[in-house]
Design a binder for this molecule. Structure first.
Ligand SMILES: [Zn+2]
Length: 365
């Protein structure tokens, strides 16, 4: 097939500067690469952190890592996806948000490929870095070597598929780390997209009760559609909050607490609510300097298991896809992507997402 010679990308020159759409050269994929025509890319909270300069990101910055698209050209060495399903031009795919430079101690011995030295991520590189098209806010994206690819069933909408490779896969890893099982009681701090997928996943793992905490009343109201049994305002006093939580997490309080609100000051509350012997998983602290003062004695005395989860293992991506496919009818996942923008509207999309006027903004290039 003949490819266009260029593809459009939306990039920003410096933090908070407006996005500009430019055309950059395209080439045929190498034998171990694929080239995808992007159909949707959703804006993750970490895109916003990068754009606002809360963490360093090279410029001109090409963001967007929650990507779904169709293969337009396929390198000769790529014949199957990670599950073994054959891949061909025209297939719609998702792929891991990260790719690694090669096998290493973290991928081979520690089973933490996402922590490989030199790991790179889609939507985290400058557009001047070849092959230029490696982020979601663009018409095309190369799927680079040592990425994990999954073919998508046509029954899944783009809105259901786009968050799979970051938000959903991360929450599969988080709910696994939280040891949620039949009869578990769970508190989730933060009812954005991560929290809502976390609630639905906790229920599918057998949780008896899921309580969500969020300062936003609209988010609390919406949460029951995704498996949250009780949504509470974390600004309530401890004297009000603790009895309500315990009443639903009898007899001793929640077995697991999951933080996905990204507010460091919320951690002492999680430590106060969790039952003795419970597991507390932090997954929202994606920017550095998330300083907080807490009583470490409480962790010791309550024998709390405290875990951090960053990204996910490739197997979580397969589980994320299977979970969304099997729960499509039960939870309105498509509704979570509640605003769509063209490639020349990325500046507006970022502003709306940053101000939380929308839950998950989607770029449809
Ligand atoms: Zn993300």
């Amino acid at each position: 097939m003949t490819l266009p010679t260029t593809g459009r990308v939306a990039t920003y020159r410096a933090p908070n500067a407006p996005f500009e759409v430019t055309a950059l050269p395209l080439r045929m994929p190498k034998p171990d690469e694929a080239l995808v025509r992007v159909s949707m890319s959703t804006i993750c909270r970490s895109d916003i952190h990068s754009y606002q300069g809360h963490r360093s990101n090279p410029c001109p910055g090409l963001l967007g890592h929650e990507i779904v698209g169709r293969i337009v050209a396929l390198g000769a060495e790529i014949r199957h996806d990670m599950r073994g399903d054959p891949l061909a031009v025209g297939d719609r795919i998702t792929w891991s948000e990260f790719f690694i430079p090669g096998n290493n101690y973290f991928s081979e011995v520690l089973d933490l490929p996402q922590k490989s030295p030199g790991v790179e991520k889609y939507g985290h590189m400058a557009s001047t870095t070849p092959p230029h098209h490696h982020g979601g806010f663009a018409e095309y994206c190369y799927v680079l070597p040592k990425s994990w690819i999954l073919r998508l069933p046509e029954a899944l909408s783009d809105a259901e598929a786009a968050p799979l490779n970051c938000g959903v896969a991360t929450m599969v890893a988080v709910t696994e780390a939280a040891s949620i099982r039949l009869g578990s009681t769970v508190v989730i701090q933060g009812l954005g997209l991560l929290g809502l997928y976390g609630a639905a996943l906790a229920k599918s793992r057998g949780a008896r009760c899921v309580i969500g905490l969020d300062v936003d009343a609209n988010r609390r109201e919406n949460a029951s559609r995704f498996g949250v049994d009780l949504a509470l305002d974390p600004m309530l006093s401890m004297a009000e909050l603790d009895p309500l939580v315990r009443q639903h997490c009898k007899p001793q309080g929640p077995d697991a607490v999951i933080e996905v609100c990204g507010v460091a000051e919320a951690i002492p509350l999680g430590l106060a609510l969790i039952r003795t012997g419970g597991t507390y998983v932090l997954a929202g602290m994606v920017s550095p300097d998330a300083m907080v003062t807490l009583d470490a004695h409480r962790i010791l005395r309550k024998m709390i298991t405290l875990k951090g989860v960053h990204n996910y293992h490739p197997r979580h991506l397969m589980e994320a896809l299977d979970f969304v496919v099997s729960h499509q009818g039960r939870y309105p996942f498509s509704d979570l992507v509640d605003a769509r923008y063209a490639l020349d509207q990325v500046t507006q999309a970022m502003a709306d997402a940053a101000a939380r006027r929308v839950l998950r903004a989607a770029i449809v290039p």
